[in-house]
Structure formats: structure tokens, C-alpha cells
Design a protein around this ligand. Sequence first.
Ligand code: CA
Length: 229
Amino acid sequence: MPAETIVLIVEDDSSFRRSLAATLKAADYKPIEADTLAAAARAIAHYRPALILLDLGLPDGDGVDFVAKLRQSALTPVVVITARDAEAMKVAALDAGADDYVTKPFGVDELLARMRAALRHAVQAKGAEPVVRTGALEINLATRIVRLAGAEIDLTPKEYEILALLAAQVGKVARHRDVLKTVWGSEGADMQYLRVYVRQIRAKIEADPSAPRYLISEAGVGYRLAQLG
Ligand code: CA
């Protein structure tokens, strides 16, 4: 990661904000701090950050509205910081155009992984890498061949489509409704179908399908293909 990747931290809790800034600095990012949405808007215009870390509870307005407004003029990736049990807020932020979220309390590794994924997707824009690797799993989006530890995995077309959708944004959450819409062509498709397919995929790619490492459930939000080393 180049040393001059500017990350704007928008958070009114000053001790938490400072500790985030120290964390980012240690990871070779250049953190800029804002404690209100007004200060964030000024910092965006002045510094043009590569990424924005946004707390949703700010004194001068609603973070979700802020993301929606930002998206009218900029594609800067936004990772939202949310409280536990705030599924509705997470979905609202993603709907408004946020790229991902982290839930308090989160670990440094998790935060940095979310940031890397959001930055990578911003750079790639729409053109996903043709071969996606995570852990021992390899998904070739051009040939549609999926391998686990080198051995080809036999997936049905629907199973493949779900896995490919997640692989194209590896490390990043995909909402239930977006998976349903992409794979079944309808937001109204039954969530139950999706759960069944996810179970089938896990049976084929996970060592222990009841404790998945690759295909992760994000309660109330969607699924994520974990980016493992
Ligand atoms: Ca706050």
C-alpha cells in the first residue's frame, strides 16, 4: 500500500478517532480526521481521500444521508462503522451507496481487510480479476472453473452464479436482495432458495460446513466470500 493513501476518518468520539488514526498510520495510510459531517465535507473537498471511514452517529446529521449525497458526485469508497445489532442501519448505509461496514468492536485486521477490499474494488471499478483466489479456493470467472486445493469442484449453474457473484467482490459483503436479483432476476425470490443453495455450496467447499471459513453469513444483511491469505 503506498504511503500516501489518504483515509478520512469521520467520527465524533475523539479517543476512538485518535486510536483509529494511529492504527491507520501504523499500516502506512495517511489518516485525516473529521468530527462532524460539515468538517468531513470540507476535508473531502480539500484532501480528496482515497477512502472514507464513516461513523453513522454524528452530531450534525445522518451518516446515511451523507453517503447518499456523496454518491451524487463521487465514487470514493465508504466503509461505515456501526454498532452491533444495527442491521437496519447497515442495510440503509449500503443502499445509500456505502461499500461495506465494520461492526464495533472490530479488530485491526478486520478493519484493514475491509479497507483493502473497498480500495481494490474502487480501483477495479467493474472489471473483476478473472481469477479470484482466497485460501485454497480458486474461482476462474472467465472459464467458470472452481478449484479447491487444486481439485475441480462440481457446481450447478446456480451454485456457480452465487459463488461467482461473491468472488467478483471478494472480501466485500453482498446483500441478500442483490444476490437474489442477480441470480434469480427478482428481488422477490424466496430467501429460502438462497439459504438452500448456500448450504449446498458450503457442503462442496467448506471443510466444516457448519463453521464456514469461506462463505460467511452476515446476519440480516447478506453473504461475504472471505479473503483469506
Ligand atoms: Ca459517534
